[in-house]
Design a binder for this molecule. Structure first.
Ligand SMILES: Nc1ncnc2c1ncn2[C@@H]1O[C@H](COP(=O)(O)OP(=O)(O)O)[C@@H](O)[C@H]1O
Ligand SMILES: [Mg+2]
Length: 595
C-alpha cells in the first residue's frame, strides 16, 4: 500500500475537484438513505385514519424527487472523480515516458522492451483504478455505512447490534484476502511482461523466425508462457471469487437475524411495520457497499502492486547525466583527445578497451580500423558519451566530455551508427530529425542537400511519394545500403561539428564505400570527422589512423607511416588487396571483404 504514496503529488493539483467529488458522494448517499425513511413514514401513516388518504401519494412524490436528486449527485461524483483519475493516468504515463528517455544505453541493456511496455499499459491502468474509482467507492462505503447504521440505531439499537454480529469477521477476512490478492496480482503482471517481450521479439524478428522455421517452436514457447499467465490469473480468480460471496454471506446472515428477531418484535407490537421495512432496506443498503468494499480492497491492492512495479523503473537513475557545474568552451573547434581510456561495460568484468590514447587536431579526420569485436563501436560510444570511460578521460577541446552540458555536447555530434535505425515516418522527417529550422524552404534545402551528398537523392526520386514516402511499418522498406545512406544524410543534414561514421557503409561493397567517402571529402573539411571501418581502403586518406586490436591500440599514424611500419595495418592492407583482386575475378565475394 505504501507504494501508492507516489500518487500524492499527482493528485495534489486536483484537490478541489476531489473534494467536490467526495462531497457529492456524501450528498448522494444522504439522499438515497432518505428513500426508506419516506417509505417508512408512508407505511406508518396508513394506521392514522386522518392521514391514510393523502399520505401515500405525498410520500411517493417525495421518494421520486429525492431519488432523482440522488441520481444527479451520483452522476456528478462519477464524472468528477473518474475524470480526475484519467488525468492522473495521463500525467503518470507522460512522466513514465519522459523518465525512460532520460535513461542511458546501460539501462536499456538490462531491461526487456516487452516488460517496459506492459508497465506502461497494464500497470498504469491498474494505478488509475486506485487513483479514482477505488477511493470513490471506499468513501461511498464508509459514508453509507455510517449513515445507514445511525438510522438503524435510531430505529432499534438492539436489533442493530444483533444484525452486526456477523460483521466482526469483516476485518480479518478483508486483510487476509487483501494480502493474497496483492501477491497474486503482482505475479500476474510479471508474467504479462514476459509474455509481451516474447510477442515483441517475434514481431521484430519475424523474418528470422520464418527463415529458421521457428514458428512451431515459438508458438509452443508462447503457449507455455501464456498458460502460466492463465494459471496465475485463475489463482487470482479463485481468491477474489471467494472474497465477494464471503462478504455477501456476512450481510445475508445479518438479514436472517433481522427477519427473525425483527419479525417477532413486529408481532409483539414493539416495532412498527414501517420501521421493520425501513430497517430491512437499510441493512440491504449496507450489503452492497460491503461487497463493493471487497472490490475496493482488490483495486487498492492491484494499484499498489502496479505502482511498486512502476516505482522500480522510476527509481532507476541514468548514470550519464548533466554535470552539476557544466563548463566547456563557448565555441567548440573539435579537437579530440583520449588519455589512457579503459572501459568495460557496466555489470561486466571484461576490459573491452585498454589504455587507449590518441590526439586528433580540430578539423582533422580520424580513422579507426580493426577486426570485428576489437572495440571500434565501443570507442565511438565513449566519444558521444553514451557511456563514461571506466578509467581515463575523453576530452573535447581540452575539456572532459562529462563536464559539458549533455544536450550541448550531443548537438555538436552527427553520428551514423553501425545498425541504421529510421523512424516509421516520412523520409523528410527522418532526415530533418536533428536540426531546428523553422523556415520550411530552408529546411527542405538542407534535407535535399544532405540527401545529394549521401547519394540518396536518386533512390528517393524513384520512390512513389519522393520525400513524403513513409518508411517502416506499412511504408517502404529500404535496403540495407539505402538505409545506411539515409542515416548518413540525416547526420549530414545536422551540419555537425563532429561527424562520426561507425562502419556506416558496411552494407555497400568496398568500392562504393570508397566512392561515397571520397565524395564526402568536402564535408570532412572544416569539421572533425571519425571514420570507423574494417576496410583499409576506406580509411587511407585519414590524417590519423588508429588500429585497434582486442581493445588495445596496436599502432597509429598515417597510411604511409603504417605501411612502412609493416605491422598489423600493413598485413590488413595486404590481405584486403588480395581479397579485392579475387573479388574482381568474382570468387567468393562477400566473405573476403571482412578481415
Ligand atoms: N552492450 C554491451 N555489453 C557488453 N559487452 C559488449 C556490449 N557491446 C559490445 N560488447 C563487447 O565489446 C567488444 C567490442 O565490441 P564492439 O565495440 O562492438 O566491436 P567492433 O565495433 O570493433 O566490432 C565485443 O567483444 C563485444 O562482445
Ligand atoms: Mg562495430
Amino acid at each position: 500500500m505504501k507504494a501508492l504514496q507516489t500518487l500524492t503529488p499527482y493528485l495534489r493539483p486536483y484537490r478541489a475537484g476531489i473534494l467536490q467529488g467526495l462531497v457529492l458522494v456524501i450528498v448522494s448517499n444522504a439522499l438515497n438513505l432518505a428513500v426508506p425513511f419516506f417509505i417508512k413514514q408512508g407505511i406508518d401513516a396508513l394506521d392514522d385514519p386522518g392521514e391514510a388518504a393523502t399520505a401515500p401519494l405525498r410520500y411517493a412524490m417525495l421518494v421520486v424527487v429525492v431519488a432523482l436528486l440522488g441520481g444527479v449527485a451520483r452522476y456528478g461524483m462519477r464524472e468528477l472523480l473518474n475524470g480526475i483519475s484519467r488525468r492522473v493516468e495521463y500525467d503518470l504515463r507522460n512522466d513514465f515516458f519522459r523518465h525512460l528517455l532520460r535513461m542511458d544505453p546501460g539501462f536499456f541493456g538490462s531491461v526487456q522492451t516487452g516488460d517496459i511496455m506492459s508497465r506502461a499499459t497494464n500497470d498504469i491502468q491498474a494505478v488509475r483504478m486506485a487513483a479514482g474509482p477505488a477511493y470513490m467507492y471506499l468513501v461511498n462505503t464508509v459514508v453509507i455505512s455510517i449513515l445507514a447504521l445511525s438510522l438503524m440505531f435510531w430505529i432499534d439499537p438492539r436489533l442493530t447490534l444483533l444484525a452486526l454480529i456477523p460483521m466482526v469477521l469483516l476485518p480479518p477476512v478483508t486483510v487476509g484476502f487483501g494480502k493474497a490478492i496483492h501477491s497474486r496480482f503482482e505475479r500476474i503482471q510479471d508474467q504479462f511482461g514476459i509474455l509481451s517481450t516474447v510477442v515483441q521479439e517475434n514481431l521484430a524478428g519475424a523474418r528470422i523466425v520464418k527463415a529458421y522455421t521457428q514458428e512451431g517452436a515459438q508458438v509452443e514457447r508462447f503457449r507455455s508462457l501464456s498458460h502460466n499467465y492463465l494459471e496465475r490469473n485463475l489463482e487470482l480468480a479463485r481468491v477474489s471469487g471467494m472474497f465477494h460471496p464471503f462478504l455477501g454471506l456476512l450481510g445475508g446472515l445479518g438479514m436472517v437475524i433481522v427477519l427473525w428477531i425483527g419479525g417477532m418484535s413486529v408481532m409483539r407490537g414493539t416495532l412498527t411495520v414501517g420501521d421493520f421495512i425501513a430497517f430491512g432496506l437499510y441493512l440491504g443498503m449496507l450489503v452492497w457497499p460491503l461487497i463493493a468494499l471487497g472490490w475496493v480492497v482488490n483495486l487498492f491492492q492491484r494499484g499498489a502492486a502496479s505502482m511498486a512495479r512502476l516505482n522500480r523503473i522510476f527509481a532507476a537513475e541514468p548514470s550519464i547525466t548533466d554535470p552539476p557545474h557544466p563548463t566547456g568552451p563557448e565555441v567548440v573547434s573539435g579537437e579530440i583527445e583520449l588519455r589512457n581510456v579503459s572501459f568495460r561495460y557496466p555489470g561486466t568484468e571484461r576490459w573491452v578497451l585498454r589504455n587507449v590514447s590518441f590526439h586528433v587536431p580540430a578539423g582533422a579526420t580520424l580513422a579507426i580500423v580493426g577486426p570485428t569485436g576489437s572495440g571500434k563501436s565501443t570507442l565511438v560510444n565513449l566519444l558521444v558519451r553514451m557511456y563514461d570511460p571506466t578509467e581515463g578521460e575523453v576530452r573535447l577541446d581540452g575539456t572532459a566530455l562529462h563536464r559539458f552540458p549533455l544536450e550541448r555536447l550531443r548537438a555538436l555530434i552527427g553520428i551514423v551508427p553501425q545498425d541504421p535505425f529510421l523512424f516509421s515516418d516520412t523520409i523528410r522527417e527522418n532526415l530533418a530529425l536533428g536540426f531546428d529550422e523553422p523556415n520550411l524552404e530552408a529546411r527542405e534545402a538542407r534535407v535535399r542537400h544532405a540527401a545529394r551528398i549521401a547519394q540518396l537523392d536518386t533512390t528517393v526520386a524513384e520512390l512513389p511519394a519522393g520525400y513524403d514516402t513513409r518508411l517502416g511499418e506499412r511504408g517502404i522498406n529500404l535496403s540495407g545500403g539505402q538505409k545506411q545512406r539515409a542515416t548518413l544524410a540525416r547526420a549530414l543534414a545536422r551540419d555537425p561539428r563532429l561527424l562520426i561514421l561507425d562502419d556506416a557503409l558496411s552494407a555497400v561493397d568496398t568500392h562504393t564505400e570508397w566512392e561515397i567517402l571520397h565524395g564526402l571529402r568536402e564535408v570532412f573539411e572544416g569539421r572533425t570527422s571519425v571514420i570507423v571501418s574494417h576496410r583499409v581502403k576506406a580509411v587511407m586518406d585519414a590524417d590519423l589512423i588508429v588500429v585497434l586490436d582486442a581493445g588495445e591500440v596496436a599502432e597509429q599514424g598515417t597510411h604511409t607511416e603504417l605501411l612502412a611500419g609493416d605491422g598489423l595495418y600493413a598485413a590488413l592492407q595486404h590481405r584486403q588487396l588480395l581479397a579485392e583482386d579475387l573479388d574482381a575475378e568474382d570468387v567468393l565475394a562477400p566473405a573476403r571483404n571482412d578481415l
